[in-house]
Ligand binder design. Structure first.
Ligand SMILES: Cc1ncc(C[n+]2csc(CCOP(=O)(O)OP(=O)(O)O)c2C)c(N)n1
Ligand code: SF4
Length: 275
């Protein structure tokens, strides 16, 4: 099984640092499966990450990768894409990395509709630094900085992406891996800012602090609480209560940023050659 995707990993960098039961590896597998399905040239694919447990993924992936600074993955990725629009550029980020310190880069990249594939590993907590609450921790969730329960309302990051102008927005989870691969793949085919929120399970910090049981229990929770949007659309409101909608939530075409930029450059080149 691993042999099929082994080429996408720097096997000499394994084993990885993730805790037993962490779902980061599951999400990474869906990313490489989507890349394989899309037939992307490994030498023309760049994967950029920030800092966090999830962001460590770039160290294990056999592409040109950038493990950058906390919150700045989208800014670095924007630079890469602008410098060479032919590259397929992915961003791996955490809920802290993307929605907290990196929130401003996130909304502006979405607004510009620059052709990036951003995959957010949402474990609802800062894993790497020991379990502080994040802007995506649910109300009441416990963290080292919220010992009595979080009182801040979390972002619905997919709605934020849609509001900011992203042209492709989807949500998946670590249990329904085929769906996760499919929505990442569909994002690759979108020309513009593609955003996938992948629900992750951090059994060590989020799970322990919030009495979520074992790693398997946390995946089962995702199985039981996630509902594909198409199925939800056919149900009465009371049956959708408490469910997290998954699948493609939003997909509308809009001009892509690097193409618009290229047009301006060409216009000036033409004007100068005629002068
Ligand atoms: C500028 C800066 N501020 C803070 C930190 C410390 N720091 C490292 S990772 C992290 C949060 C990680 O949480 P998240 O992005 O959700 O990723 P996870 O570890 O949960 O995958 C923080 C605050 C840092 N490295 N750099
Ligand atoms: S702390 Fe949580 S997110 Fe980080 S590797 Fe461990 S289980 Fe995964």
């Amino acid at each position: 099984m691993f042999a099929e995707i082994e080429q996408y990993f720097r096997t000499n960098r394994l084993p990885h640092i993730w805790c037993p039961g962490c779902s980061n590896g599951i999400i990474v597998k869906s990313i490489v499966e989507a890349i394989q399905k899309a037939g992307l040239d490994q030498d023309k694919t760049v994967i950029v990450s920030g800092i966090g447990c999830s962001s460590r993924a770039t160290g294990y992936l056999n592409f040109d990768t950038l493990h950058t600074t906390h919150g700045r993955a989208i800014a670095f990725a924007t630079g890469v894409k602008m410098a060479n629009p032919e590259l397929h550029v992915f961003v791996i980020t955490g809920d802290g990395d993307c929605a907290s310190i990196g929130g401003n880069h996130f909304i502006h990249a979405a607004r510009r509709n620059i052709n990036l594939n951003v995959i957010l590993f949402n474990n609802s907590i800062y894993g790497m630094t020991g379990g502080q609450y994040s802007p995506m921790s649910p109300i009441g969730a416990k963290g080292t900085t919220a010992p009595y329960g979080n009182i801040e309302r979390p972002f619905d990051i997919c709605n934020l992406a849609i509001g900011a102008g992203a042209t492709y927005v989807a949500r998946g989870n670590s249990f329904h891996t085929r769906q996760l691969t499919d929505i990442i793949y569909a994002g690759i085919t979108n020309k513009g800012f593609s955003f996938v929120e992948a629900l992750a399970a951090c059994p060590i910090y989020y799970g322990r602090k919030n009495k979520q049981g074992s790693a398997a229990d946390m995946l089962k929770w995702q199985k039981d609480h996630c509902l594909p949007k198409e199925a939800a659309d056919r149900l009465p409101p009371e049956k959708r209560e408490g469910k997290i909608l998954t699948g493609i939530l939003h997909h509308v075409p809009a001009p892509e940023y690097t193409e618009q930029y290229e047009k301006i450059i060409n216009r000036f080149k033409e004007a100068n050659s005629n002068a």
